[in-house]
Ligand binder design. Structure first.
Ligand SMILES: *Cc1c(COP(=O)(O)O)cnc(C)c1O
Length: 421
């Protein structure tokens, strides 16, 4: 089935249950067992079914099935936020003494989590250049457990050379984890390019209206076979003491998401609320339409900015002179490059003045809303990062970042025009 169809129907059969057209919200903490044996079977995984909403929930399950299908994966697990999706994907493979390799162009929250917070748990991060992966191979050693990157990075708006990263990772038997939040499941599917694990902050384009926080992890088909005899990933093929000696790769279920659910979600518990899953299901129904419109709108705004005398440079992968243009054409559906565009104003003061003058754009540190948003990274999201590291991360004091929504572009341009004046 095509993605537009999956986004509307995937994972839900309205002939079962109450027959509701809208997926019901299973707003419940726990589930009644038929009898003691049923309960025992569920706990022993002899029978599959809901026990407690920290582990599974029927509304979440619809979102998981639909999302896995959309990304072309074998299974998915939804969690409370994009941050927890990233944490679980990494904590599922790495432990004290291990290392991971992360892209030099990442979301700020991913940097603080992966380079700082998990260091306190004994997992270190090395950084590779995601534009061409030229330094990736030399960073891999026997304790490397994952290579983490964003397909289209926020806020640098740079595209990873996914094919090259995957080729090197497969050569060394290391799994790849791709944050596909900005490109979205509609424009790009990392699993089709050989990526093992896909994570999303569903708070952004998946939701589409800025109404809920959520995250999801998707795994490709075939990981059980890949992990079966792997020394590097021994957790999956040796008994889990915390689950009466369960060996994950022995089960006929996709083992990566299963282990997140049975061990990490059980113990750490960043479970998604079923109401948020329902909001995300509403968002998915229009994802393809929105991403097409958002991408088209953003290209119009990028071209307007490019021609503006008070703009020094524009960064948008949909512009033919962008360093990212060829990669956008290669990887993304119809070359459409999503809704983030940044530009360099004449100075730090000029950037701040634009932010203070816009009326239609909202000054918000979010992306992927149907409403257009504007931020000045140097004075907000990236104000804790020292100057010399800022430019390395592709942020300049005069950089203004826009997340373009669904408004009419003439109105957006009129608003920017008066803000520049
Ligand atoms: C927002 C974002 C995250 C974090 O997601 P939350 O849902 O806010 O926890 C991770 N990665 C990217 C690329 C993001 O834009």
């Amino acid at each position: 089935m095509q993605k537009e169809t999956i986004a509307v129907h995937g994972g839900y059969d309205n002939k079962e249950g109450w027959g509701t057209m809208s997926v019901p919200i299973a707003q419940t903490t726990a589930y009644a067992f038929r009898d003691a044996e049923h309960a025992a079977n569920l706990f022993a995984l002899k029978e599959l079914g809901p026990i407690y909403s920290r582990l599974t929930n029927p509304t979440n399950e619809v979102l998981e099935k639909r999302f896995a299908e959309l990304e072309g994966g074998a299974a998915a697990i939804c969690v409370a936020s994009g941050q927890s999706a990233i944490f679980y994907a990494i904590a599922n493979v790495a432990e004290a003494g291990d290392n991971i390799i992360i892209s030099d162009k990442l979301y700020g929250g991913a940097v603080t989590l992966l380079a700082h917070t998990i260091k306190r748990f004994g997992i270190t991060a090395k950084v590779f250049k995601s534009a061409d992966a030229s330094d990736l191979e030399e960073l891999i050693d026997e304790n490397t457990k994952a290579i983490f990157f964003e397909s289209l990075s926020n806020p640098q708006i740079a595209i990873t050379d996914v094919e090259k990263v995957v080729e090197i990772a497969q050569k060394h038997g290391v799994i790849t984890v791709c944050d596909n939040t900005v490109a979205t499941a509609s424009l790009f599917n990392p699993i089709q390019w050989g990526v093992d694990i896909v994570v999303h902050s569903t708070s952004k384009y998946t939701n589409g209206q800025g109404t809920a926080i959520g995250g999801i992890v998707v795994e490709r088909d075939g990981l059980n076979d890949f992990f079966k005899d792997s020394k590097r990933y021994y957790h999956f093929n040796t008994p889990d003491e915390s689950y009466h000696g369960l060996v994950y790769t022995d089960l006929p279920l996709p083992c990566f998401c299963l282990r997140i659910r049975l061990a990490l979600l059980r113990d750490i518990g960043a479970a998604q609320s079923p109401f948020n899953s329902w909001l995300l299901l509403q968002g998915l129904e229009t994802l393809a339409l929105r991403m097409e419109k958002v991408s088209d709108n953003t290209l119009v705004i990028a071209k307007y900015l490019e021609a503006h005398p008070k703009v020094k440079s524009v960064n948008y992968p949909g512009l033919t002179n962008s360093s990212e243009y060829a990669k956008a054409q290669k990887y993304f559906k119809d070359g459409k490059a999503s809704g983030l565009v940044s530009f360099e104003a004449e100075s730090y003061e000029a950037a701040k003045s634009i932010i203070d003058s816009v009326k239609l754009f909202s000054v918000v540190v979010n992306i992927g809303d149907s409403k257009s948003l504007i931020t000045h990274p140097a004075s907000t999201t990236h104000s804790q990062i020292p100057q010399e590291k800022l430019s390395k991360a592709g942020i300049n004091p005069a950089t203004v970042r826009l997340s373009i929504g669904l408004e009419d572009t003439q109105d957006l341009i009129a608003d920017l025009e008066q803000a520049f004046a």
